[in-house]
Design a protein around this ligand. Structure first.
Ligand code: ZN
Length: 397
């Protein structure tokens, strides 16, 4: 087997190689592959108190959204769910995650061992009448957060802005929210092109999403111009320092090419098992990657996914997209995701200067010695992450 050594000092990696350094204590890990801690680019931890997914497989997105908004919870339960989801994520080797938050981040009494989290403040306000207060509410939250000591990692903000989706945030509001994110140097996360019903809504202003907005007295016929398309929203998102385009299940080739042209700022987040739950058309992963789009991986929430294991998302990706190399899939679940949230220089790879966040996975029996074969074998296997480290500290399982 290939031997690897990761040298750690002060929570960060100082060297990666094959020769053991002299005069320092060494921890032997046995036959495992030591991966960078996994980075989950998209989840909603506040939905982690669920025992099973919401609704049924293959249901329409507007019907499922209706179930989500009708769920009743309390702030206390929400925060308990956030902690529960954080602990589950870490167990699965997720050491950094992007969480969409309707809770106040400062109310989270974080468990002592939690993954690093970028908390994206969710904003909803579809009608033109609601837009100013929705935007004002976000600015108020950011100011409050600053007063209370906004969380950051080596000076990089661990907060972001999440305009929810085209059927809950109008283009002018999106523009203002992205402007605010740019002012505060924060990343943006936006659900886009997730369902066919959303495209119908953008094109005609009608369909299931319009019905929901009407039911909730949020409908405004002038909020979105007829004949709109995801590209109109992508153009607005380029003004953010970093923006995550969540799902993008139905982006067209020209929109994927646009993402590729703006790959430093814009990243696409594929949530494989959530995608499968709704029975969407095949995901355009190979096209996106061949065009040069930065593609990340996310679990989405437990309302559409059975667990928060990013390794399982990587395994589903490998099974459903056999032409995508294993190394690429690993990158999607580590460095691509950390870069997408502005943390690429700090986490997401085992290299000198980055935090020593790591996940060990047992190597299946009888695998040839080459690293690429080992990785492919791990993605074809089912063994869970066996050990996790955060900043060089082993996590008690
Ligand atoms: Zn989501």
């Amino acid at each position: 087997m290939i031997d690897g050594i990761v040298q750690i000092e002060g929570g960060k990696v100082t060297q990666v190689g094959t020769k053991p350094p002299r005069g320092v204590p060494i921890t032997e890990l046995g036959d495992v592959a030591l991966l960078p801690g996994l980075v989950n680019a998209h989840t909603h931890l506040e939905l982690s108190d669920r025992k099973k997914r919401l609704g049924k497989a293959g249901m329409s997105m507007p019907d499922w959204i209706r179930l989500v908004v009708n769920e009743r919870t309390t702030p206390k339960k929400k925060l308990a769910a956030v902690n529960k989801g954080a602990a589950e994520s870490l167990r699965h080797g997720v050491t950094t995650l992007g969480d969409i938050a309707t809770y106040a981040p400062h109310d989270v009494n974080e468990a002592p061992q939690s993954p690093r989290a970028v908390r994206f403040h969710e904003v909803i306000g579809f009608s033109q009448a609601r837009a100013p207060s929705a935007h004002g509410g976000l600015v108020k939250k950011l100011k409050l957060s600053k007063v209370e000591g906004a969380s950051e990692l080596d000076g990089t903000p661990l907060e972001g802005v999440s305009p929810h989706a085209p059927y809950t945030v109008s283009p002018p509001l999106l523009r203002n929210l992205v402007g605010t994110a740019a002012e505060w140097n924060m990343p943006v996360a936006f659900h886009l092109a997730e369902s066919k019903e959303e495209l119908e809504f953008l094109t005609t202003g009608a369909g299931g999403f319009q019905e929901i907005l009407e039911e909730r007295s949020m409908w405004d016929p002038w909020a979105v111009p007829r004949g709109s398309a995801p590209l109109d929203y992508l153009r607005i998102l380029t003004r953010a320092p970093k923006a995550l385009v969540i799902h993008g299940n139905y982006l067209e080739r020209k929109e994927l090419a646009f993402l590729a042209r703006h790959r430093d700022a814009l990243s696409l987040v594929y949530c494989p098992r959530s995608h499968a739950y709704f029975g969407h058309d095949p995901y355009p992963l190979e096209t996106a990657l061949s065009l040069g789009v930065r593609v990340c991986l996310g679990t989405d929430s437990l309302a559409s996914n059975p667990d928060l294991s990013l390794l399982d998302e990587m395994r589903v990706t490998a099974a459903q997209h056999p032409r995508v190399p294993a190394e690429k899939i690993l990158e999607m679940g580590t460095l691509a995701s950390s870069h997408a949230m502005g943390l690429g220089h700090l986490v997401g790879a085992l290299s000198s200067g980055r935090y020593a966040d790591m996940a060990a996975v047992p190597i299946p029996q009888g695998v040839p010695d080459a690293a690429a074969d080992i990785l492919a074998a791990i993605l074809a296997d089912t063994a869970p992450v066996s050990q996790v480290w955060l900043g060089g500290t082993a996590i008690e399982n």
